[in-house]
Design a protein around this ligand. Structure first.
Ligand code: GUN
Length: 292
């Protein structure tokens, strides 16, 4: 069994980005600038956004963080998005999800200029991705593709079972794994909460991508020998022995499943660090006007 080291892979990608930024700057180019909007104080979201800002510093990007109380109105948020759409200094920006219940997330994501939508969540970027046109790929699925590629995992003709159909991970992942490119060319099954007898699908899988947010959902009896397991889950569970009071649990029962795997991602240190690296990569593409 080989552990897929997301931290190491993310560092390698960030080093490549840092080298490109240094070259851009040396040639008098613009310093890439990522902005993030965070509404409210959800613990996970605050950590993720802070990590995104820190990563910007590491690779030599400019960054701006706009942090609002969860009382911010939808109208005020839409105004801020309009402002960032027009701000020539900012190459790309994200609105951290989830948003408070009184804000319509779909409306918010549609308000972002697709040219600056480095999360790849705008319907235009989703459509371009499906059509195989240049687009910002959503960061977590793009990070998983990087892991498969950099560990030279064979995907062509394999059966990939994606568990979870979210717009952020499961749905785009299922599309990308089916595409005629490497990594891809898979036969894909997309399982979700209404799937009947889900283990009958996962037991046939050569590659499992679990993105449902249910800790330790995938157990040893659900997988075949030699499977590749990508665990996207990051549920916070209470842990009094830790200073933070919690620890992260994946969607896969790692101890049980790992011995049956050819490759598996740990949680933490698997998919998580790659999401940030790929967001930076999209921002670099935005600054270099490589997509639009
Ligand atoms: N919430 C969970 N993942 C993501 C992500 O990739 N981008 C944003 N904006 N919010 C998220």
């Amino acid at each position: 069994m080989t552990l897929l080291d997301g931290k190491k892979t993310s560092e390698a990608i960030q080093n490549e980005i840092a080298a490109e930024v240094a070259e851009l700057k040396a040639n008098g180019g613009k310093t890439p600038h990522l902005a993030a909007i965070l509404v409210g104080n959800d613990g996970g979201s605050v950590t993720y956004v802070n990590n995104k800002v820190l990563a910007c510093e590491r690779v030599g990007f400019e960054s701006s963080l706009f942090h609002y109380e969860d009382t911010l109105s939808e109208e005020e948020l839409l105004l801020k998005i309009k402002e960032l759409n027009l701000d020539e200094e900012i190459d790309g920006f994200i609105v951290q999800l989830p948003l408070p219940k009184h804000i319509d997330a779909e409306k918010v994501l549609e308000a972002i200029d697709p040219v600056k939508d480095v999360d790849g969540f705008h319907p235009i970027n989703v459509g371009r991705m499906v059509a195989g046109l240049p687009a910002y790929l959503p960061a977590t699925p793009a990070g998983i593709l990087q892991l498969l590629e950099r560990y030279e995992i064979e995907t062509s003709g394999k059966h990939c079972v994606v568990i979870g159909r979210s717009n952020i991970v499961g749905s785009p992942m299922s599309i990308l794994m089916a595409k005629s490119a490497y990594p891809g060319n898979c036969t894909v099954t997309l399982c979700h909460s209404r799937t009947k007898d889900l283990p009958s699908f996962t037991r046939q899988a050569d590659i499992i991508i679990a993105a449902i947010g249910k800790p330790e959902f995938v157990t040893a009896d659900m997988v075949k020998e030699g499977v590749v397991v990508i665990d996207v889950g990051t549920t916070r569970v209470p842990d009094a022995s830790r200073k933070s009071g919690f620890r992260l649990k994946g969607d896969v029962n790692f101890d049980e499943v790992a011995p049956k795997c050819s490759f598996i991602t740990p949680v933490p240190g698997g998919v998580g660090p790659l999401t940030i690296a790929m967001l930076l990569k999209n921002t670099l593409k935005a600054a270099k006007k490589e997509v639009y």
